[in-house]
Design a protein around this ligand. Structure first.
Ligand SMILES: Nc1ncnc2c1ncn2[C@@H]1O[C@H](COP(=O)(O)OP(=O)(O)OP(=O)(O)O)[C@@H](O)[C@H]1O
Ligand SMILES: [Mg+2]
Length: 543
């Protein structure tokens, strides 16, 4: 029964990353038939938005979804997503769609929706695993020719397998079109995802042609201004580690350690660079490439401990309250809204920023159900992408539940909606599917503070409204008493005797009884014996 090391070793084999993902599609968000379509749309649409913004093109995206045949509980759907972006050069199309971990955004120190080079090839993979179908990709970079590829992924090689390729006329169209077949269950979350995407991306024109006539969505572009392009920043001292620093030191063009530190790191002022070098007892003129392993480690330690401002925020692109109000919050018809934008922060040198909005006392709804713990509808966004799944493990939900919303009167009865947007670089997602953010301390604290700050603004607003209401009521009562006194005086002077019509004219009729009780004025008796103003006036005229 016992096996030798050699026998055990004979069972060992290397597997490719795509084999691993093919065996574990839940790691990239494809564990449920209900998520197949929203997740695939999400991967394709986020790529289109990223590409358009990077190329400085106002995005227009067409999403087409059709059921093509039925198989038990699940149906097959053909999903086509087309954009007007820069297109992908023909030689890059196969790896983009057929190779996992291939992309242009990995390690970039600026905000983007994609970050790891997995998204779209995971869609190709899930399509072929479940349906055996080829994905069809069209790409045109010049508006004249579209290169068409029918492909799948060769999971053993983690590379595209091209089944057919040909060219066709592009007829002026530039961009990418991808068509996949998915085995899935239809869900209302598809529309929800698209509506929220359009809401938070006002520069997007979106056309959705769904499974039937009712399943359509046309969203016009609300602004011709692209969001400010996030600028790639230099590495921040707090985010540095041995590997990054030794690589940078080896390939820098600077000849002096001082110039290297000052020139190649974010927020590294001359005095800070000097302080770092001094704390390591290095020579400022030391050549960076001559640093030994031990010296690099010392430098890392010194850089992590020196006081530097948080990372530069130019690599971030917050959305701002107005975009959300125009895009979605307006539809909720809230009593009022309060918004908070926190200052940029950093998690291990990676900048991020939190925006929170509370729409209080909403008359209408926009789908989705309230959070079962807070009773408030919570809408999560990251880098202008709505998050729809894995609520329970997400930092926004956790922070919102711990923020004590009830203390700020943001209760289930208040019919409130909370919107939180996180703009960040290298977001610490819970998994490669990017459905939720890990509750790392820095994110958790900032989100909670943003929600609490927003909550405080809400309760202040409620207090102010109450105060205004109270002083209005006080004013009403005072005016009533004055008017009643005036009436009394008039009556005893033998002039006009007014009745309810008099009080009604002042809007006090509901308060008459209260005034009797509180101020002892026998208004009711007076009322009973009184005549109408007209009658009294007529009698006076007759006399
Ligand atoms: N519609 C498109 N237009 C232009 N380039 C695209 C398009 N779709 C994908 N790309 C290119 O293909 C790359 C790979 O896309 P993929 O979705 O696999 O990864 P990603 O977007 O970089 O990261 P993530 O895995 O987080 O989605 C992108 O980085 C981008 O360079
Ligand atoms: Mg992507």
């Amino acid at each position: 029964m016992r096996k030798t090391a050699r026998e055990l070793a004979s069972e060992m084999k290397e597997i490719s990353f795509s084999e691993f993902i093919a065996a574990n599609p839940h790691l990239v968000g494809f564990e449920s038939s209900l998520k197949m379509i929203p997740m695939s749309i999400h991967e394709l649409v986020t790529n289109s938005l990223d590409a358009c913004e990077a190329a400085g093109i106002l995005p227009e995206i067409w999403v087409d979804l059709k059921a093509i045949d039925e198989k038990g509980r699940l149906k097959r759907y053909r999903l086509t997503v087309r954009d007007n972006g820069p297109g992908i050069p023909p030689k890059n199309v196969p790896p983009v769609f057929g190779k996992l971990l291939y992309g242009s955004k990995f390690g970039a120190r600026k905000q983007s929706r994609g970050q790891q080079g997995i998204g779209v090839s995971a869609v190709v993979l899930i399509s072929q695993i479940k349906t055996g179908e080829h994905t069809i990709v069209k790409s045109s970079t010049d508006g004249r020719t579209a290169h068409v590829y029918e492909l799948t992924m060769d999971v053993n090689r983690n590379a595209a397998r091209i089944h057919r390729t040909y060219k066709e006329k592009a007829g002026g169209w530039r961009g990418v079109e991808a068509r996949v077949v998915l085995e899935a269950q239809f869900t209302a979350r598809i529309r929800e995802y698209l509506e929220l995407t359009a809401a938070i991306n006002p520069h997007l024109a979106l056309h959705y042609d769904g499974v039937d006539e009712k399943d359509r969505l046309e969203v016009e572009r609300r602004t011709d201004a692209l969001p400010p392009k996030p600028v790639e920043t230099k590495p921040h001292p707090l985010g540095i580690d041995y590997d990054l620093l030794s690589k940078m030191a080896a390939r820098t063009g600077h000849k002096r350690l001082y110039d290297f530190l000052k020139g190649e790191f974010d927020r590294m002022r001359p005095e800070t660079a000097r302080k770092v070098i001094q704390s390591c007892h290095f020579d400022v003129d030391k050549h960076p490439s001559s640093l030994s392993r031990q010296e690099v480690l010392e430098l890392v330690e010194a850089m992590r401990n020196v006081e530097v401002p948080p990372p530069s925020p130019e690599c971030l692109s917050p959305v701002g309250e107005e975009v959300l109000v125009k895009g979605v919050i307006g539809r909720l018809r809230p009593e009022f809204i309060e918004a908070v934008t926190r200052k940029p922060c950093a998690m291990r040198g990676q900048p991020f920023l939190v925006e929170a909005i509370i729409a209080y006392g909403c008359e209408a709804d926009i789908g989705g159900s309230p959070d079962p713990v807070t009773g408030v509808s919570i809408h999560r966004f990251v880098n202008r992408v709505p998050l729809l799944f894995s609520e329970s493990s997400d930092v926004i939900i956790k922070a919102a539940r711990d923020a004590g919303l009830g203390r700020y009167e943001v209760t289930p009865e208040s019919r409130s909606h909370l919107f939180v947007h996180i703009a960040g670089v290298n977001i610490p997602y819970t998994s490669e599917s990017k459905e939720a953010i890990k509750p790392v301390d820095e994110y958790y604290d900032e989100v909670k503070l943003a929600i609490q700050e927003c909550g405080r603004k809400v309760s202040k607003r409620i207090r102010q409204a109450r105060k205004a209401e109270e002083s209005f009521m006080k004013g009403r009562k005072r005016a009533l008493i004055h008017s009643l006194l005036l009436r009394e005086i008039n009556r005893f002077a033998g002039k006009k005797v007014a009745d309810e019509a008099y009080a009604e004219a002042f809007g006090f009729e509901g308060l008459l009884e209260e005034v009797v009780a509180k101020f002892g004025l026998d208004v009711l008796r007076l009322r009973r014996s009184s005549k109408s103003v007209e009658e009294v006036e007529d009698a006076a005229t007759a006399a």
